[in-house]
Ligand binder design. Structure first.
Ligand SMILES: Cc1ncc(COP(=O)(O)O)c(C=O)c1O
Length: 360
C-alpha cells in the first residue's frame, strides 16, 4: 500500500519557551512573556463556572465574546474573528492569501510564527534589516517586489521590545502598494506608555488593507486557554470566518476571556506593575553592565557582550537556580537572552542570582 505523497514542508518547527528544566518545573518562569500577575479573578470565576458544562460544545463562532470585544473597543462585530490564540489568525491569513512563489516581508528579528506559517504555504520570506533592533520602514519598503503579498509586523515587537510610532506606521501603510496586506500584531500594545504610540487597532480600524491581531495570552493572563482575535476589512473577515475551524475557541476560554476584557482595574494593576519593574530591571541591568533597551512590552532583551560573558552559560546557570528565560539563537540575536517581567518576588530573585553569577 502506498499513501498519497505528502507535501514537502519547508518550515522550521516553533520552539516554545521552556517550562521544564531537566524534567523539573522551574520555579521562576520568565521565558514566554506571560502576564506577571496572572488572570483577573473574574476570569478565573467564569472559567470555573464553565468547567461544569464541558460536555457541551462551545458556540462555534464565539458570538458572546465577539459582542463583548465589539462593545469594549467600539468596533464592528462582523469584522472580528476569534482564534485559538492569535497564532491561528496568522495561520488563517497565510492560508487565505499565500501560495508558492508569493513573497512575505518580515523584519529581521520579528516574531517567528510569521515566517513559519508563511513558509508552510510555500511562500518565500524576505527579511528587512533592523536598525539598533528596531524595525526599519525604509528597509521593509526596499524589499517589496511585484510578488509581495503580506507584510507582518508586531508593534511592539517580540523579542526586541522596540516599537514604531504612529507616524511611522501611517507612513508605512501609505508607501506600501495598496494590494499588499499589512498585518499588525498588537500583542503587547497595552503595555506601551509613549504618547507617540498608537495601536494598530486605533490607527487602522477603518482600513481596507490592514488586519490587526490581539491576544488574551499576554496582558489578560490567559495564555493557557489559547484565545486571540483579529480585526480587519469586511471582505477579508467574511472569508476568514468561513475558513476558520468551527469551535476553534473552547467554552471555558470564551467565558474567561469575556470576563477578563471587562476587568479594567485588574488590567491597570498589571500595566502599572510591568512598567514599574521594566524601569527597575532596566537600571539594575545597567548597573551590572548588562546591555538592554527600554522595552515597550513585558520583557527585556539583554546582551552580555560588554561584560564578556556567554549568554548560554548565563542561561544555564539561571536555570540551575530555578529561573527560566529565553535563549535568542533561533532569532539570530547573538549572545542575548529575553527576560519576561515576572512577579516582584521573581524579579528580585532574578536580580539577586544575576548579581551572584556576575560577581558584583
Ligand atoms: C508578538 C507576538 N504575537 C503573538 C503571540 C502569540 O500569541 P497567542 O498566544 O495569542 O497565539 C506572541 C507570543 O509570544 C507574540 O510575542
Amino acid at each position: 500500500m502506498s499513501l498519497p505523497k505528502a507535501r514537502k514542508i519547508n518550515a522550521e518547527k516553533y520552539l516554545p519557551g521552556l517550562s521544564l528544566f531537566r524534567q523539573k518545573y522551574a520555579k521562576v518562569k520568565l521565558s514566554a512573556n506571560e502576564s506577571a500577575l496572572g488572570p483577573s479573578p473574574r476570569a478565573i470565576k467564569e472559567y470555573t463556572k464553565a468547567s461544569k458544562d464541558i460536555l457541551r460544545y462551545p458556540d462555534a463562532d464565539g458570538n458572546f465574546l465577539k459582542k463583548t470585544i465589539s462593545k469594549k473597543f467600539k468596533i464592528n462585530f462582523d469584522q472580528i474573528i476569534l482564534g485559538s490564540g492569535s497564532d491561528q489568525i496568522f495561520e488563517l491569513l497565510c492560508k487565505l492569501f499565500l501560495k508558492k512563489g508569493d513573497e512575505v516581508i518580515v523584519s529581521q528579528y520579528s516574531f517567528i510564527i510569521y515566517r513559519i506559517y508563511s513558509r508552510i504555504t510555500g511562500a518565500k520570506v524576505l527579511f528587512a534589516k533592523e536598525k539598533n533592533y528596531k524595525i526599519s520602514i525604509k528597509n521593509i519598503l526596499s524589499k517589496v517586489t511585484n510578488k509581495t503579498k503580506i507584510v507582518f509586523l508586531a508593534n511592539p515587537n517580540n523579542p526586541t521590545g522596540t516599537f514604531l510610532n504612529k507616524k511611522d506606521l501611517l507612513y508605512l501603510r501609505k508607501k506600501l502598494r495598496k494590494n499588499i496586506l499589512l498585518v499588525i500584531d498588537d500583542a503587547y500594545n497595552e503595555y506601551v506608555k509613549d504618547k507617540d504610540f498608537s495601536s494598530g487597532l486605533t490607527l487602522f480600524s477603518k482600513s481596507k488593507n490592514v488586519v490587526v491581531t490581539r491576544t488574551f495570552s499576554k496582558i489578560y493572563g490567559l495564555a493557557g486557554l489559547r484565545v486571540g482575535w483579529g480585526y480587519g476589512p469586511k471582505y477579508i473577515l467574511k472569508v476568514l470566518n468561513i475558513l476558520k475551524p468551527p469551535f476553534n475557541v473552547n467554552r471555558a476560554a470564551l467565558f474567561a476571556a469575556s470576563a477578563a476584557i471587562n476587568d479594567t482595574s485588574w488590567l491597570k494593576k498589571e500595566i502599572k506593575h510591568v512598567r514599574r519593574w521594566s524601569k527597575i530591571l532596566y537600571y539594575e541591568f545597567k548597573k551590572l553592565k548588562i546591555e538592554t533597551n527600554k522595552s515597550g512590552g513585558n520583557f527585556l532583551l539583554v546582551n552580555f557582550n560588554k561584560i564578556k560573558r556567554d549568554s548560554k552559560e548565563i542561561f544555564q546557570k539561571l536555570a540551575n537556580n530555578g529561573i527560566l528565560v529565553r535563549r535568542m539563537e533561533v532569532y539570530g540575536i547573538k549572545n542575548s537572552l529575553r527576560i519576561t517581567i515576572g512577579k516582584s518576588k521573581e524579579n528580585k530573585k532574578l536580580i539577586k542570582v544575576l548579581k551572584k553569577l556576575i560577581n558584583v
